[in-house]
Ligand binder design. Structure first.
Ligand SMILES: Cc1cc2nc3c(=O)[nH]c(=O)nc-3n(C[C@H](O)[C@H](O)[C@H](O)COP(=O)(O)OP(=O)(O)OC[C@H]3O[C@@H](n4cnc5c(N)ncnc54)[C@H](O)[C@@H]3O)c2cc1C
Length: 400
């Protein structure tokens, strides 16, 4: 695999940058550069539409379903430049999670119905896997789906559903049969989030925001044609989906953008009358993280390049997930350290998004840094907790 950028790759990077300069307003960039969670919903939908018009909303999808046919390196350049420029982050659940499941395992009718709406950003998706008694031990999930004529009747409760309050559709794991092996009776089904019997309740965070939800399913009637693939076979689809989620969770593009953000803060904050960026101790810490980001970036690209031929892909995905999520935490910790006392101000969303008023106490790089640090405490839990990833590596890579 050749990881050096060719002249064509650099020309492509320039094309992407020109597009981003043309489309992104200062307001949008300012909102994206704060670490508020959940990110601004209107901006995300708008950006999804802009990319769809250009044909760039789902570059990693196969061409026949609306992808671009770019190389892995081009996909990487595109996502990195979007992040560095301050483009809104597109929601993963449709484009990265259920989209690939649908074009790989879904029926022709499902592909025709759902894939175009995902690409155009017309429908957002919720991931309904975890339950109050089923997180790491997902196979113990209890939400049931019972056949009634042409429909399933679904009852149960899902938990931690990211941004469920904004979603039009959801992909849910449900139990369609009881079997000796708990994994065997689980199916994946699409539920219209506006169906009678679906109640979405936001879980408030300490700062008043709500990134995750509880979803209650009370005698929800869903057409049988909404079942994805074979009944009872969802474990295969869920593992495929979670591998994609874990590789994406490495979030290498955010890590690169965070490095830039730290440098910017440290160039302006002073220590002993000099920019913090000139402090030897701080520079060592920054350099150590930079090396980790470089190493992770190469690993992500290598795994993506080799994915089709590599055997224990989910072990690789778990390695990337562990390295990437702990790196995100270290980066935001150094960012807060660079910000010093300024990190103690708690911003309400509207304050974080407002234009800076020129008050030197609160420069433009301050809002949202602490919010991001606090939110990212959870990145070693979501997509599968750290300890569980280590178990997967032990089993798949080392056979324990
Ligand atoms: C911000 C956020 C967003 C989320 N979004 C979604 C979403 O959109 N959709 C969705 O379905 N879920 C979502 N989740 C849920 C997430 O997948 C679960 O929280 C995660 O799988 C852990 O499950 P749990 O919370 O039940 O913890 P538990 O499984 O109860 O784990 C508690 C602790 O025990 C450890 N542990 C558990 N089992 C083992 C074991 N076998 N060996 C060693 N240690 C173990 C864990 O590592 C953890 O430290 C989200 C979670 C968060 C925090």
């Amino acid at each position: 695999m050749e990881l050096y950028m060719t002249a064509d790759d650099e020309a492509f990077r320039e094309e992407v940058r020109a597009f981003l300069r043309e489309k992104l307003s200062e307001d949008v960039i300012r909102r994206s550069h704060t670490g508020m969670h959940p990110p601004n919903e209107d901006d995300r939908r708008w950006w999804n539409r802009v990319l769809a018009e250009k044909g760039w909303a789902a570059p990693h999808w196969p061409l026949e379903y609306g992808g671009t046919g770019w190389s892995h390196i081009q996909n990487h350049i595109f996502e990195l430049e979007c992040r560095l420029a301050g483009a809104p982050e597109l929601r993963w659940q449709g484009l990265r999670l259920i989209g690939p499941v649908l074009y790989t395992f879904g029926s022709e009718a499902q592909k025709a119905r759902y894939l175009p709406a995902i690409i155009k950003g017309e429908e957002m998706w919720a991931q309904g896997f975890s339950e109050p008694g089923a997180g790491s031990d997902l196979a113990s999930l209890k939400t049931s789906a019972v056949i009634d004529g042409d429909d399933y009747i679904i009852n149960g409760q899902k938990l931690w559903t990211t941004e469920g309050q904004y979603c039009e559709q959801g992909f849910f794991l449900v139990r369609t049969e009881n079997s000796d092996r708990p994994q065997k009776g689980i199916s994946m089904i699409i539920i219209d989030m506006k169906s009678p019997g679906v109640t979405v309740r936001q879980i408030p965070m300490i700062n008043g925001e709500g990134s995750t939800c509880e979803v209650f399913l009370d005698n929800v009637r869903v057409p049988r044609e909404n079942l994805i693939g074979e009944p009872g076979s969802a474990w295969v689809y869920a593992k495929f989906l979670l591998s994609n989620e874990r590789t994406s969770s490495a979030d290498i593009h955010k890590a690169r953008a965070d490095l830039e953000r730290i440098r910017n803060i440290a160039a302006h904050e002073l220590k002993g009358g000099k920019p913090l960026l000139e402090d030897a101790d701080f520079r060592r810490k920054l350099a150590a993280l930079r090396i980790e980001v470089d190493a992770l970036e190469w690993s992500v690209l290598r795994v993506m390049h080799e994915a089709p031929s590599r055997h224990p892909i989910s072990a690789c995905a778990s390695v990337l997930k562990i390295r990437g999520s702990s790196l995100q935490q270290k980066l935001t910790e150094l960012m807060v350290e660079a910000l010093g006392q300024r990190s103690l101000r708690v911003y309400r969303r509207e304050e974080a998004y407002a234009e800076p008023d020129g008050n030197p106490l609160w420069p433009a790089y301050t809002p949202g840094v602490t919010a991001d640090l606090m939110y990212l405490r959870s990145c070693t839990i979501y997509g599968g907790a750290m300890e569980v990833q280590k178990n997967i590596i032990a089993k798949l890579a080392f056979g324990f």
